[in-house]
Design a protein. Structure first.
Length: 370
């Protein structure tokens, strides 16, 4: 100590420390009040900011009060330096953790706003968290007087060895980054791979992509495999899509009447069934003279991929009921087998000739298509 400790020193230090604790308490109460108001807003980013400030401001107030109290006491220069250094390291650590929470929270908020409620892309959040924490750690070392140049050199050499040992893992990591950066697949999209897997993309992390099938089973696909396979994305460039339903009517049907009745059923479906797109212009297109009927295609508009099953279900039921009421027949292919009366004998097979029994049997029956 440079001088003796007095009662005034203790009083000033106590007031400074109490002021810091009071400021921490008041700031926490204020942030709690702000948090309740942030919950009422639509944007979830303000919730992330308030949550991060709850950790930073109280600790900053305590550290500030402690620093003032230490300055008021007659401490030696070494002790004063150590106290200030410890408080600085504490503030850097708290600020780093809070910054990592804020940035990762904002990233999740942004991905959810872009991709819907199906999930969030955690790969960017994890990478950003690691980078922010690493930067904070390096700042702490620099504050403590530890040179970080040898550490960076060792990390560079060690990183090369790790990269050679973890080629598959790094390939999946960069494949996931490429997938998200190219915006070809986002969480919430419905995809189908050439290998047959299909479903909603739940999450894309540093190693794999999680796909939830319509049966609620999860399919885990490595990012490298997803990036290297043929894939159909039913949510891009637009979420709405068209559905084709094949129908056939008999040759005796009035096609104008068939088209009118079908369009009326389509209009009902588009306005009454959840998931249909009322503004989509439906269409009926006759295209084939079949063996027993005239085939045509009905084009419907649906909001997303999974809506097509419900809309097809209702459309087929209502169209079938309406065709029966209108007397429109939907014929099925039939075959009539006519056998000729009498018997026949199988002639003796000669050497080098085919068995004639098959030819005679085929000529004795006729297949007539209706």
């Amino acid at each position: 100590m440079n001088r003796d400790l007095t009662a005034d020193d203790l009083l000033v230090a106590g007031i400074a420390l109490a002021s810091g604790l009071l400021a921490a308490f008041l700031s926490r109460m204020l942030l709690r009040w702000l948090g309740r108001h942030a919950d009422r807003t639509r944007w979830s980013g303000d919730d992330v900011l308030v949550h991060a400030l709850r950790a930073v401001l109280p600790w900053a107030a305590v550290a500030g009060g402690t620093a003032v109290a230490a300055a008021a006491l007659p401490l030696t220069r070494t002790v004063q330096h150590n106290v200030n250094q410890a408080l600085t390291v504490l503030l850097i650590a708290v600020t780093t953790v809070s910054a990592a929470r804020v940035i990762t929270g904002l990233v999740r908020t942004f991905t959810q706003a872009r991709s819907g409620v199906a999930g969030s892309a955690t790969i960017f959040a994890n990478i950003i968290r690691v980078v922010v924490l690493a930067i904070g750690f390096l700042i702490v070392l620099q504050t403590l007087g530890i040179s970080i140049a040898p550490l960076l050199t060792a990390l560079g050499v060690g990183g090369l060895a790790v990269a050679l040992a973890l080629q598959d893992t790094l390939a999946n990591l960069f494949a996931g980054i490429h997938i998200l950066a190219s915006k070809s697949v986002q969480p919430g999209d419905y995809i189908r791979l050439s290998s047959g897997e299909e479903g909603y993309v739940e999450d894309i992390n540093w190693r794999q992509t999680t796909v939830r099938q319509l049966s609620n089973n999860l399919v885990i696909i490595p990012n490298g495999q997803l990036a290297g396979t043929n894939m159909t994305n039913y949510m891009r460039p637009e979420q709405q899509l068209t559905v084709l339903v094949q129908v056939g009517v008999g040759y005796e049907s009035d096609l104008e009447h068939v088209e009118k009745v079908t369009m009326e059923v389509v209009a009902e479906i588009m306005t009454e069934i959840t998931g249909a797109v009322p503004e989509h212009e439906p269409a009926v297109r006759f295209h084939t003279f079949g063996d027993s009927r005239i085939d045509f295609t009905v084009i419907l508009g649906v909001g997303e991929f999974s809506d097509q099953y419900r809309i097809k279900h209702e459309f087929i039921k209502r169209l079938h009921r309406r065709f029966r009421a209108e007397g429109i027949r939907i014929p099925a292919p039939t075959r009539t087998v006519a056998l000729q009366a009498g018997s026949f004998a199988i002639p003796q097979q000669r050497a080098g000739e085919e068995e004639p029994g098959r030819q005679d049997g085929a000529s004795s029956s006729a297949l007539l298509d209706k």
